[in-house]
Ligand binder design. Structure first.
Ligand code: NAD
Length: 422
């Protein structure tokens, strides 16, 4: 495991999720009985996954699926493969999915899955066998009407194809709506692969407009040059922002003039890393976060900006492409410094929004053009941004509390109307 991944073990991400819930619930003056219903996960499944490795031995992995809420519709959430996956982390991610789906007002609840493993050290065949075993193990929970998985860190369209196939094998017929983020040839949606980064881009555009920051020439830092980070960076580059530093799990690189994004993306695809890009200079991971810039996009993992390193952040806008990158202590520091935070449950909601579009297309067997997907996504992201911004300005709350209030308020309303409590 690369050192940069090992040192940033989540302290307790779930604790942070619960703290943020309470802050927003207090502002909403939410009754205690409703809080008790919507705060905790509805269902948790822990599975043991024996997998035959290429050397003939059987290795046991641990996996989880957490359904936090089905108050507003079927549970929805990605699957993460990472050595640091824990049940608490999956619970936190599932909780955020509930509020996120409610913020963008799509008819889903929240879920998340994860397997503690390092797919980078495994062959394609080993990852496929692990995925099929995991899919079979969580089978009682998932399905197009119940709980729909999608990709997250170190999983992708191929992983979803294996899950869809395993699920369909048990039913005897193809069920594309069982997962989203699938390959197009299996009923995936145009625009899903780049949806999270595109959504991040739309919220950054809205924030720049609100703060009157010219996007042309704006300096951008991206921590985590993966799916979400690279797509957002590329779209910003296309409208002449200057992406001056990016990182992945191995290294951070810098170029004061700004990278040529298509060249950087091609280099990362070819070599599997950003380190060594011609014309770039290697910097330390902590240096990247502290560079002078207008826009900082954490797009890797949780808890990377905390009370200790937040004072060094110089960005005007912090766009949370990753889930939970800022701890509550980090939040307090950023607020004092006047950094405008676009919170994760708003900023990265483009992924689940286009997942929703994919699910709708699968259910209807009618597929949309890419431009249709982009237009609808832009409308959802900009409307949701405006709603959160209004609460932020009217009630003089941080953007995070405002987003949580919007999401939690909608879930509470659904629970009250359904009468889920005695
Ligand atoms: P990904 O696997 O495509 O990319 C993750 C990137 O982060 C990789 O380039 C990896 O090398 C890098 N990374 C890992 N540890 C790092 C570290 N310590 N420092 C710097 N870089 C590091 O994953 P992704 O799908 O882009 O997800 C990234 C974040 O976005 C996660 O928090 C995920 O939950 C969130 N997210 C993803 C989606 C989606 O649709 N993919 C949707 C919503 C939120």
């Amino acid at each position: 495991m690369p050192v940069s991944e090992a040192i940033k073990l989540p302290k307790n991400t779930y604790q942070a999720a619960l703290e943020n819930f309470e802050l927003a619930a207090n502002m909403l003056e939410l009754e205690s009985d409703i809080r008790a219903i919507i705060k905790y996960p509805e269902r948790i499944l822990e599975v043991s996954l024996p997998v035959r490795m290429d050397n003939g031995h059987i290795l046991r992995f641990e996996g989880y699926r957490v359904q936090h809420s089905t108050a507003r519709g079927p549970a929805k959430g990605g699957i993460r493969y990472h050595p640091n996956v824990t049940l608490d982390e999956v619970k936190a991610l599932a909780t955020w999915m509930t509020w996120k789906c409610a913020v963008v007002n799509i008819p889903f609840g929240g879920a998340k899955g994860g397997v503690t493993c390092n797919p980078k050290d495994m062959s394609q065949g080993e990852v496929e066998r692990l995925t099929r075993r995991y899919a079979a193990s969580i089978l009682p929970l998932i399905g197009p009407e119940q709980d729909i998985p999608a990709p997250d860190v170190y999983t992708n369209a191929q992983t979803m194809a294996w899950i869809m196939d395993t699920y369909s094998m048990t039913k005897g017929y193809p069920i594309p709506g069982a997962v989203t983020g699938k390959p197009i040839s299996l009923g995936g949606s145009l625009g899903r692969n780049e949806a999270t980064g595109r959504g991040v881009f739309y919220t950054i555009m809205s924030a720049c407009e609100h703060l009157k920051i010219p996007i042309k020439g704006a300096r951008v830092l991206v921590q985590g040059f993966g799916n979400a980070g690279s797509v957002a960076a590329n779209l910003l580059h296309e409208i002449q922002a200057r992406v001056i530093a990016v990182s992945d799990s191995r290294a951070s690189i810098f170029n004061n003039k700004g990278f040529n994004l298509p060249q950087l993306i091609a280099y990362k695809e070819k070599t599997g890393q950003v380190l060594g890009l011609p014309g770039s200079e290697e910097i330390r991971a902590d240096e990247l976060l502290a560079l002078d810039c207008e826009i900082l996009i954490p797009a890797a993992l949780e808890d990377v900006i905390d009370g200790e390193n937040a004072p060094a952040v110089k960005a005007k806008i912090l766009a949370e492409a990753a889930n939970g990158p800022v701890t509550p202590e980090g939040d307090a520091v950023l607020e004092n410094k006047g950094v405008f935070v676009i919170p994760d449950i708003l900023c990265n909601a483009g992924g689940v929004t286009v997942s929703y579009f994919e699910w709708v297309q699968d259910e209807q067997h009618l597929f949309w053009e890419a431009q249709d997907v982009y237009n609808r996504l832009e409308r959802v992201m900009k409307t949701s941004f405006a709603e959160v911004l209004k609460l932020h300005l009217d009630r003089k709350l941080s953007m995070r509390v405002a987003a949580n209030m919007l999401g939690i308020g909608r879930v509470a309303e659904a629970v009250k109307i359904r009468g889920l409590y005695p």
